[in-house]
Design a protein around this ligand. Structure first.
Ligand code: PMP
Length: 431
């Protein structure tokens, strides 16, 4: 049993000056009970907390640390850049370098603009789509999360649903009425929405592999069908690849699925752990942005040299390693098999969803294909699972509505240790 006394003491202090003691709600343990763990440092696949515990990390900063924490080339690049100034608000050569590399790695994009978070990327992508099409309405899917900008907090996933605010107060009815809600993996539903809103829909935004209601891959034909519907109705298809970009393949979900979006958004991996987001499209669409075109979008710290240095070092490492995505997928598959065997041995009802290096364990009997089926997972079982694993030094997201992110820094010994921990916890999950 691990001791988390210092983390708990730090949490008491944090709560006095920070709402809920955290700067992003998903970090709190509200859904699973207990106090959040305060990190002191991290290296490779491990977190070291303020009490001196070592934890195997399956969150990895919610995705960015695909090569492990404190990955040396990224650290070196940031340190070297910091010596030369941390922000200028003027063009720098490194912005072009990372843009060139991203354009090379991702299919179907000619130009990319860097922002500071996934939220900004998705918010800006939707504005661009609205400006380009001259239409107002957007389609999003229940359980998908695209950041916390107003248009997206309609049946949102991730922390928004974990904390019971999928439709946040503060979002005006005027904004909400332009967001049309569809069911994930239900093409007929999307078709109906398009038919009922002819010539009004600017864009459909989707996580091509959902990761904010646990991991939910698209069923065969779903993304292809969305592509056809968007083309038929003159709407732009936005793939929110904040989670999947540079993770499922060098070219993200577009490469893996073969389906091409009109606009793609990025975050997480593209910043190597620094605050970076980006959105990209073919030239005709991107040239709608200021200062070339009429759609306004800006940022004092956008393209910040430290962030670009981290991002470039990360993308260069991924671009150079032709085996990385296969290796990640194999590790995730190994983990999947081991967890399933351990849970099956104790007849624990569960469903594991996985694609590439995204995986989640749902304590649900039926296949988890959309928000409704994700919500059927037994939350009490998940709480026991989470705390049981934590006691064994395994750190997964403190909510059933999140994906685990596998890092290449994990060794097969780490995976075996995790499977052993699951086997130890499994008997406690029996009602
Ligand atoms: N889109 C997706 C798919 C995400 O998972 C997230 C964050 N988890 C966002 C957008 C928002 O990104 P950020 O937290 O960097 O604003």
């Amino acid at each position: 049993m691990m001791n988390y006394k210092r983390s708990s003491a730090l949490f008491v202090e944090a709560q006095k000056v920070i709402p809920g003691g955290v700067n992003s709600p998903v970090r709190a343990f509200k859904a699973v009970g207990g106090d959040p763990i305060f990190v002191k440092e991290a290296k490779g696949a491990y977190l070291y907390d303020e009490d001196g515990n070592r934890l195997i990390d399956y969150i990895n900063s919610w995705g960015p640390m695909i090569l492990g924490h404190a990955y040396q080339p990224v650290v070196d690049a940031v340190v070297a850049k910091a010596q030369k100034g941390t922000s200028f608000g003027m063009p720098t050569e490194i912005e072009t370098k990372i843009a060139e590399l991203a354009v090379k790695m991702v299919p179907g994009i000619d130009k990319i603009r860097f922002v500071n978070s996934g939220t900004e990327a998705c918010m800006s992508a939707v504005r661009l789509a609205r400006g380009f099409t001259g239409r107002d309405k957007i389609i999003k899917f229940a359980g998908c999360y695209h950041g916390h900008s107003d248009s997206f907090l309609i049946q949102a996933g991730s922390g928004a649903v974990t904390f019971g605010s999928p439709n946040s107060p503060g979002v005006t009815q005027g904004t909400a009425k332009d967001t049309l809600l569809a069911e994930y993996n239900n093409l007929e539903h999307v078709k109906e929405i398009f038919e009922n809103n002819k010539n009004e829909i600017a864009t459909l935004i989707i996580e091509p592999v959902a990761g904010n209601m646990g991991c939910i891959p698209p069923v065969p034909g779903f993304l292809e069908g969305l592509r056809e519907l968007c083309t038929e109705h003159g709407a732009l298809l936005i793939f929110d690849e904040v989670m999947t970009g540079f993770r499922l393949a060098a070219g993200g979900a577009q490469e893996l699925t073969g389906v091409r979006a009109d606009i793609v958004t990025f975050g997480k991996v593209i910043g190597g752990g620094l605050p970076v987001g980006a959105f990209a499209a073919r030239e005709e669409i991107m040239n709608y942005l200021a200062p070339v075109g009429p759609v306004y979008q800006a940022g004092t710290l956008s393209g910040n040299p430290l962030a670009m240095a981290a991002g470039l070092a990360m993308l260069e490492a991924l671009d150079a390693d032709k085996e990385i995505f296969t290796r990640l997928s194999e590790k995730t598959e190994y983990l999947h098999r081991g967890i399933k065997e351990a849970l099956d041995a104790h007849h624990i009802t569960h469903t594991i969803n996985r694609l590439g290096s995204m995986i989640s364990v749902h304590f649900a009997a039926e296949p988890v294909v959309d928000f409704k089926s994700a919500s059927n997972g037994a939350n009490d079982t998940f709480k026991k699972f989470f705390h049981g694993l934590l006691d064994e030094g395994i750190y997964i997201a403190p909510s059933a509505y999140e994906t685990w992110f596998i890092t290449d820094a994990l060794t097969y010994q780490d995976l075996d240790d995790t499977i052993t921990a699951v086997a130890k916890v499994a008997p406690q999950l029996i009602d």
